[in-house]
Every structure is written in structure tokens, then in C-alpha cells.
Design a protein around this ligand. Structure first.
Ligand code: ADP
Length: 357
């Protein structure tokens, strides 16, 4: 029997239909990643599953029992939830945040709750922070406390609502590390996430949400490498590409490089390759093409089939190979050194320099 069964779920806000006819069966030990464009009802779906925001139609079964308004508190206790905004009690220190639920709701003796809390803090790497208040912790630490607090209630399922979206990129990995080890321990997890490497590497199934429901679902392998439906294909393709238009030599180069870095981050590209892509963007756009040709566009793509990254810079005008024009410059040597292959193509008034990595 599935731990969670969703049947014909519907959710409206007033006249606004957000979810319709959603069906899903989630088995014990599964890790489901929910991905999709924003506003497609991913968070709403999570909140409907645990009746935090009850559905307006259809049914949710938890461990075979239909959830209703009467039994929803009991069901919710067995389904933990971790929010984007942590939701810690600001007036309580870490250890008291962890024992509040077990003592009040599960009537666990305080001593036992404290022992369990200390154990959990160890597993999330925060033993030394037991007596800190939330305001004294970084975002990543707060989220790890929130996960430990959720675990303190011994949930059978944990729902994560974009747990790393409010964090600085430097803190994302410490939270993901805790989530990965939870997944490994066999915890049933449903995770709304933008972390595609987590969705790809950790989940047993991926739900892509669009058009008021689960538009497509499948193994991470299928969803990320050969999605079957047009909107999923477009979404996955989008993750795999980055485009930036440069209007003049005075363009915002920091924004462009930030975009390249973000692309590397989204695609979980290793440091060495990421550094090469950043260097290529710098040399090709900033030092080679823009000073001579002005406006150009940068495009970054990943080819799943070839397993290669392509960074190309294109500019309009007569046929003119920027690599040749600037061939004595150090920038060209650096660019050539960083890429496996680098070439110039010309077609219909557009020059393109492509570097393959
Ligand atoms: P996602 O998580 O995919 O970004 P959400 O579930 O947050 O999407 O939101 C889906 C839609 O439901 C959005 O159009 C949003 O404005 C609407 N919505 C979400 N929560 C509420 C609410 N409490 N009241 C009214 N509309 C809401």
C-alpha cells in the first residue's frame, strides 16, 4: 500500500483553478522531486497533501486512511514539513526548538526529548549550536535546525517546500548534504526544488508540474535526458542553456559572468569546467569580440548526447573571424587553451565563434 495516495485532487483559490485532477501514489522510501516553472502549483500541491491548505476536491490517503478535517492533525504529525523560510521559534534556543513538538504534542518526557534532540543535532552537524538562538545562526544552519526539528517528531514522510531557495548559494550545499543523507537513510521525501542536481541524482521519481497538475512524471533519467512532452522538454532545455545579449562595450559584464556562474551551478558543473567556461566568456566576449565588433550575444548550451558544453558568441556583419583578427593577443591563446575545440562559422550575416568543452 502506498504511504500517500492522491486521487483526483483539485485546489481552487476563489475562481482561480490551481490544480485539477491530480493523481499520485507515493511509496515508502521514495524520494520525489517536484520541479516546474514557478506559479504552477508545486507548493500548493504540497500544502494540499498535508491539509495545511486543504484541497477543494478529491482525496488524499495517508497510510491507507483518507485525510479529513477531523483526522488531519494526526496525519500531519506523521508528515513533517520543511519550509523555505525555516519557521523556527525565534524566542527559543536550538535545543528548545527541537523538543517543543515532542514534549507538547507527543507528550514525550523532557529528558528523553533532549537526548533525542542532541542525537539529531549531531546528524545535522550542529551539536555545538544547541544553545544558540535562531538569530545567531546562518541561513544554512537555521534550515538544518528546521530539518532536525522536523525529524524530532519521527515523521514517516517529510515534505520540503523549496528548502534552499532563501539561502545564499554558499549555504545551499550544507543543507543539500543533510537532505542527501536523509534520502540515503530511507526517509520518504517529497521535495519541491530548483536544485536540479538533487532532483537528478537523489530522487527515485521526478514530477514535472504544469497545466494544473503533474504534466509529466518519470525517472530522473527520463525526465532529464528524454522528456516526452513539449513543456517538459522546453523546461529541461531551458535549464541547459543560458543566453545573454551584449548591446555595447559598456555592458554589465558582471551580470553576464554571474549568469554563466549560475548556469554552472544549476547544472552542477564541476569547478574546473566552470572556471574554463567563465574564462572563455571573459576572453571571447570581453576581450576579443566586443572591443572590435560591439554588440554580440553569448549562448551557453549543454548537449546531453555528446556530454559537451558549447559556449558561442555571435556578432553581425561581414564575414570576419575575431580569433584571426586578434590572433596575436594573449586572450586568443588563453581561449584556445581552455577549449577542446574552438571554431568560427559564418552564415547569413552572422559570425559565430564556438568553443566546445
Ligand atoms: P509554485 O510553487 O509552483 O511556484 P504556488 O503553489 O506557490 O506555485 O502557486 C500557484 C498559484 O496559486 C499561483 O498563481 C499563486 O498566486 C496562487 N496561490 C498560492 N497560494 C495562494 C493563496 N493562499 N491564495 C490565493 N492564491 C494563491
Amino acid at each position: 500500500m502506498s504511504i500517500i495516495s492522491v486521487k483526483n485532487l483539485e485546489k481552487r483559490y476563489g475562481n482561480n483553478l490551481i490544480l485539477q485532477n491530480v493523481n499520485a501514489d507515493i511509496e515508502k522510501g521514495e524520494v520525489i522531486s517536484i520541479i516546474g516553472p514557478s506559479g504552477t502549483g508545486k507548493s500548493t500541491f504540497l500544502r494540499a497533501i498535508n491539509f495545511l491548505d486543504p484541497p477543494t476536491g478529491g482525496e488524499v490517503f495517508f497510510d491507507g486512511v483518507k485525510i479529513n478535517k477531523k483526522n488531519m492533525d494526526a496525519a500531519r504529525r506523521r508528515m513533517g514539513m520543511v519550509f523555505q523560510s525555516f519557521g523556527l521559534f525565534s524566542h527559543l534556543d536550538v535545543i528548545n526548538n527541537l523538543i517543543a513538538g515532542p514534549v507538547k504534542l507527543l507528550k514525550m518526557p523532557k529528558k528523553e526529548a533532549k537526548e533525542k534532540a542532541a542525537e539529531l543535532l549531531k546528524t545535522v552537524g550542529l551539536s555545538e549550536r544547541a544553545h544558540f538562538f535562531p538569530r545567531q545562526l546562518s541561513g544554512g544552519q537555521k534550515q538544518r535546525v528546521a530539518i532536525a526539528r522536523c525529524l524530532a517528531m519521527s515523521p514517516e514522510v517529510i515534505l520540503f517546500d523549496e528548502p534552499t531557495s532563501a539561502l545564499d548559494p554558499t549555504m545551499v550545499s550544507e543543507v543539500m548534504a543533510v537532505m542527501r543523507s536523509l534520502a540515503k537513510s530511507g526517509m520518504t521525501m517529497i521535495v519541491v526544488t530548483h536544485e536540479m542536481d538533487f532532483a537528478r541524482d537523489v530522487s527515485s521519481r521526478v514530477f514535472y508540474m504544469d497545466e494544473c497538475g503533474i504534466y509529466e512524471q518519470g525517472s530522473p533519467q527520463t525526465i532529464f535526458t528524454s522528456p516526452g512532452k513539449p513543456k517538459t522538454q522546453a523546461f529541461i532545455f531551458n535549464i541547459r542553456s543560458y543566453n545573454y545579449e551584449i548591446a555595447s562595450p559598456d555592458f554589465d559584464y558582471a551580470e553576464m559572468l554571474g549568469g554563466v556562474e549560475n548556469f554552472c551551478f544549476r547544472n552542477a558543473i564541476g569547478k574546473k569546467t566552470a572556471n574554463k567556461l567563465i574564462l572563455l566568456a571573459e576572453e571571447l566576449v570581453i576581450n576579443i569580440v566586443t572591443p572590435k565588433y560591439g554588440a554580440c550575444s553569448l549562448s551557453l548550451n549543454f548537449s546531453e548526447k555528446l556530454g559537451t558544453y558549447e559556449l558561442s558568441v555571435s556578432y553581425r556583419g561581414e564575414k570576419s573571424d575575431a580569433l584571426e583578427t586578434a590572433k596575436d593577443e594573449l586572450s586568443v591563446t588563453m581561449a584556445r587553451k581552455s577549449a577542446k575545440e574552438i571554431r568560427h562559422d559564418y552564415s547569413e550575416g552572422r559570425n559565430t565563434i564556438t568553443a566546445v568543452l
